[in-house]
Design a protein around this ligand. Structure first.
Ligand SMILES: Nc1ncnc2c1ncn2[C@@H]1O[C@H](COP(=O)(O)OP(=O)(O)OP(=O)(O)O)[C@@H](O)[C@H]1O
Ligand SMILES: [Mg+2]
Length: 341
């Protein structure tokens, strides 16, 4: 899983890439971003359901999903009698604005709808996850920063209940940016988050960590604490740049710090099936990464920005929307992939 497919390892044409794109990387597909395909049936607001088949099923033909592969059976998960120990999943991509925070909130809320106990960890000093759930970062009593840096702060002093039943939040704010500097001189600096989360493992079924857009020490901490990584990727021109660097970092963490870490899946976000460009990016992703790509694809819709402004997950802000359904499907797919079905 750690080796990037050949299609994604072409060196970028310019030699002065910034540090997070300097390693072998992919060339984006050469199409114009606004290349609209004429034969689409998607509605103008882009709110088609995530699993709309690209071709209808026949007796011989299985139903194909948006990634062009046959859709697997994704059963509604059975209720749990007992909870924990949690599977820890880091939402990770050093590229900004690809849907990490949106996926953390929406996937978490969908898993909670299916009766899973969920803890969301805001591990980005921007505090977007906390804001997206209606919290004011500057008015928080305590944050994940206090847990990381002060031995006297307990998890229960900092965890907040959200408006979603069964979903809690470990909030964060700009204080966390200091932790990145302060942790450098600490013993076992990469294990700080894992240590903080250990007492929570038995209380939750899933812990989702929303990472900041960088591969610095905070993200290394998230990967060290995690069992799996979900990589959201915007279906856009430069989406695949940096994936090789990310997987290389994941491989290093697996080798040196956390042997149980694996890539749970790559998630295509902000997909617009009406554009040839969007379809080509998705195809390149599937050609390169095969089954590592989730069958669920998240389409572009303004409902996500609207729900962020409202400070609630799309599953409660617009419960009947295609975006909410897409994340419910992702929740089922994540549970199946993690053998929990
Ligand atoms: N499927 C989608 N369709 C349309 N807009 C979306 C979608 N997913 C997310 N967005 C919007 O895109 C913006 C960036 O999303 P988000 O904050 O989740 O990305 P991020 O990867 O967490 O960003 P950062 O790297 O800055 O933390 C937000 O305004 C969000 O509302
Ligand atoms: Mg974010």
């Amino acid at each position: 899983m750690s080796d990037a497919p050949a299609a994604l390892t072409d060196t970028a044409p310019h030699g002065t890439a910034p540090p997070d794109t300097a390693l072998p990387d992919t060339d984006p597909p050469r199409t114009t971003p606004h290349d609209i395909a004429p034969h689409t049936s998607a509605p103008a607001d882009g709110t088609t359901v995530a699993d709309t088949p690209v071709s209808g099923p026949t007796a011989e033909q299985p139903r194909l999903g948006p990634t062009g592969r046959p859709l697997p059976d994704l059963p509604v998960p059975a209720p749990l009698e007992l909870h924990g120990p949690a599977r820890v999943i880091a939402m990770c991509n050093q590229k900004g604005g690809v849907g990490k925070t949106t996926t953390t909130i929406s996937l978490g809320a969908s898993l909670a709808e299916y009766g899973r106990r969920v803890l969301l960890v805001d591990f980005d000093p921007q505090g977007s996850l906390s804001v997206g759930l209606g919290f004011n970062p500057s008015a928080l009593q305590g944050t994940v920063y206090n847990l990381l840096m002060e031995r006297t702060t307990r998890l229960e002093d900092v965890i907040c209940k959200t408006n979603v039943d069964g979903m809690d939040l470990l909030p964060s704010n700009i204080d966390l940016s200091a932790a990145e500097v302060q942790l450098v001189t600490e013993v076992a600096r990469e294990q700080a988050l894992a240590r903080v989360l250990r007492p929570a493992l038995d209380d939750y079924d899933v812990i989702l960590i929303d990472c900041q857009p960088s591969l610095g020490l905070l993200t290394i901490n998230a990967l060290t604490a995690a069992d799996g990584v979900v990589v959201p990727l915007e279906c856009e021109y430069f989406a695949l740049r940096g994936v090789a660097l990310l997987t290389e970092t994941i491989a290093k963490v697996t080798e040196r710090l956390n042997p149980r870490l694996r890539i749970d899946g790559l998630l295509a976000t902000m997909y617009d099936s009406r554009t040839l460009h969007g379809r080509e990016v998705l195809k390149t992703l599937v050609d390169g990464w095969g089954d590592a790509v989730f069958h669920t694809v998240i389409r572009r819709t303004v409902k996500f920005s609207d729900s962020t402004v409202a400070g609630e997950p799309i599953t409660s802000y617009a419960p009947g929307s295609a975006g909410a359904d897409a994340y419910r499907q992702l929740a089922r797919e994540v549970l199946v992939r993690c053998h929990e079905g």
